[in-house]
Design a protein around this ligand. Structure first.
Ligand SMILES: *Cc1c(COP(=O)(O)O)cnc(C)c1O
Length: 391
C-alpha cells in the first residue's frame, strides 16, 4: 500500500501542515468554534452579506419554488428561469452584453482558459495569479509565460516577442494574498495592441470596487471586446458561484466549449434566487463599501506602526508579511489565544519566505474590532522581533 506518512510528516517538519476548525453558526464579525467566540478576520465576506436575512429568505423562496437540486447540467435540463434571470442581472450589473453563471470561480477559470487558447497558443500570466488561473492555463496545453508580478514592461516584451496565433493575458484584478490591484488599464492597452484576450479574475473586486460595487472594470473605467471578465459570488456577494461576462459571442462560445460548464450539474436554483437578492443589496447599500473604506484606513494607520512589512493594499485584504512559516503560525496561535482569528498563509499559497497573516476586513466589523486586533498585534510585536533576532 502506498504510504503517505513520510510526506505528511515532512509537512509538519516544514510548518506546512494545514488543519480546519469546525465553525458553528454563520459567518460574521465573530465566529463560534471550539466552544469559544472569536473575533474573525478570516473570511472574504467583505460586505457582511453571508448571513443577511433577505438573502437567506430569497434562498428559501428559491427552494420552495425549485426544490434543491438542479438535476442535470445546464445544457440538458438544469438551467432554470432563476439561472436565466441571474445571468441577465449579472451582465447588466457589470455593464457587459452577456454573462454565464458557473458553479465556482475555480471551475470558471479551469473552463475559460482552455476554451480560448490551446496547443500552439500562449498564456501570459502574472507571477502571483491564483491557483485556478494557473491550473486553467495548464489544462489548456498552451505555452505559459509567467511575467514578474505587475510588471507591465516585462509583459510588453513577452508579447512583442511572441509569434503565437492565439494569446491570452490573465491576471487577478485584486491579488488574493496581497490585496494589491493589477495594472489593468495597461494590461488592456497591451492586449488591444497585440490582439490578445485579457482574462480578469475579479474574485476580490466584485462587490467591493467601483460605483455600485460593479468591480474592477467600473473602478478603472475599462471596456474592450477582448476583456473576459470573471467575478465570483461566494466572497463579497456572500453566496456561492461565479460568472464570466463579455461580448455575446464570447459568452456563447464559452457556453458551447467551457468543459467545466458543459459537463457539470448546474448549481441549485436557490443560489440564483439568493444571488438576485444579494445583488440588490450590493448595488443599493453603498454604506457597506464606505464603512469598509473607513476600516481599511483605520487598520493601515495602525499596522504601519508595527515591525512587519505591509504591502500597499487599498482593499479589505491586508497582509502582514512576517517571512518565516513558523513565525506566522506562532503569531496566529497567539492571536487565537487572545480570541482573535487571523489566518496564517504559507507556501505554496504564497511565495517561499513570505508567510503572512492575511487580515481581511468586512463591513460586518466595527471600529472597536479593528482596535482590538491592533492592540493584540502591538503586544505581540516586540516578542516576535526578539524571536527573529535570536534565530
Ligand atoms: C477565491 C478565488 C477564486 C475561486 O473562486 P471560488 O468561487 O471560491 O472557487 C478564483 N480566483 C481568485 C483570485 C480567488 O481569490
Amino acid at each position: 500500500m502506498p504510504d503517505l506518512g513520510p510526506q505528511l510528516r515532512e509537512l509538519d517538519a516544514q510548518g506546512l501542515r494545514r488543519w480546519r476548525r469546525s465553525v458553528e453558526g454563520p459567518q460574521g464579525a465573530f465566529l463560534d468554534a471550539d466552544g469559544r467566540r472569536y473575533l474573525s478576520f478570516c473570511s472574504n465576506d467583505y460586505l457582511g452579506l453571508a448571513n443577511h436575512p433577505a438573502i437567506a429568505a430569497a434562498a428559501k423562496r428559491g427552494a420552495d419554488e425549485y426544490g434543491v437540486g438542479a438535476g442535470a447540467a445546464a445544457l440538458v435540463c438544469g438551467h432554470t428561469r432563476a439561472h436565466e434571470a441571474l445571468e441577465a442581472r449579472l451582465a447588466e450589473f457589470v455593464r457587459l452584453p452577456r454573462a454565464l453563471y458557473f458553479s465556482t470561480g475555480y471551475m470558471a477559470n479551469l473552463g475559460i482558459v482552455p476554451a480560448l487558447v490551446g496547443r500552439g497558443g500562449t498564456v501570459f500570466s502574472d507571477a502571483l495569479n491564483h491557483a485556478c488561473l494557473i491550473d486553467g492555463a495548464r489544462l489548456s496545453r498552451a505555452d505559459i509565460r509567467v511575467y514578474p508580478h505587475r510588471d507591465v514592461g516585462a509583459l510588453a516584451r513577452l508579447l512583442a516577442e511572441s509569434t503565437s496565433p492565439a494569446k491570452l493575458v490573465m491576471s487577478d484584478a485584486v491579488f488574493s494574498m496581497d490585496g494589491e490591484l493589477a495594472p489593468l488599464p495597461e494590461l488592456a492597452a497591451l492586449c488591444d495592441r497585440y490582439d490578445a484576450w485579457l482574462l480578469i479574475d475579479d474574485a476580490h473586486g466584485f462587490g467591493v470596487l467601483g460605483e455600485g460595487g460593479r468591480g474592477a472594470l467600473a473602478h478603472f473605467g475599462l471596456a474592450s471586446p477582448r476583456i473576459v471578465y470573471m467575478g465570483t459570488l461566494g466572497k463579497a456577494a456572500g453566496v456561492f458561484g461565479a460568472f464570466v461576462a463579455g461580448t455575446s459571442e464570447l459568452v456563447e462560445w464559452l457556453l458551447q466549449r467551457a468543459r467545466t460548464y458543459v459537463f457539470t450539474t448546474d448549481s441549485p436554483p436557490m443560489l440564483a434566487t439568493a444571488l438576485m437578492a444579494s445583488l440588490e443589496l450590493v448595488e443599493r447599500e453603498a454604506w457597506r463599501r464606505e464603512r469598509l473604506g473607513a476600516l481599511i484606513a483605520q487598520l493601515r494607520a495602525g499596522l504601519t506602526r508595527l515591525p512587519w512589512r505591509l504591502p500597499g493594499s487599498p482593499t479589505p485584504i491586508q497582509p502582514l508579511i512576517v517571512g518565516d512559516n513558523q513565525t506566522a503560525v506562532t503569531l496566529m496561535e497567539r492571536l487565537r489565544a487572545r480570541g482573535i482569528w487571523v489566518p496564517a498563509i504559507r507556501p505554496p499559497t504564497v511565495p517561499e519566505g513570505t508567510a503572512r497573516l492575511r487580515i481581511s476586513l468586512s463591513a460586518a466589523h466595527a471600529p472597536p474590532d479593528v482596535e482590538r486586533l491592533l492592540e493584540a498585534l502591538a503586544e505581540l510585536a516586540p516578542a516576535q522581533r526578539q524571536h527573529l533576532e535570536h534565530r
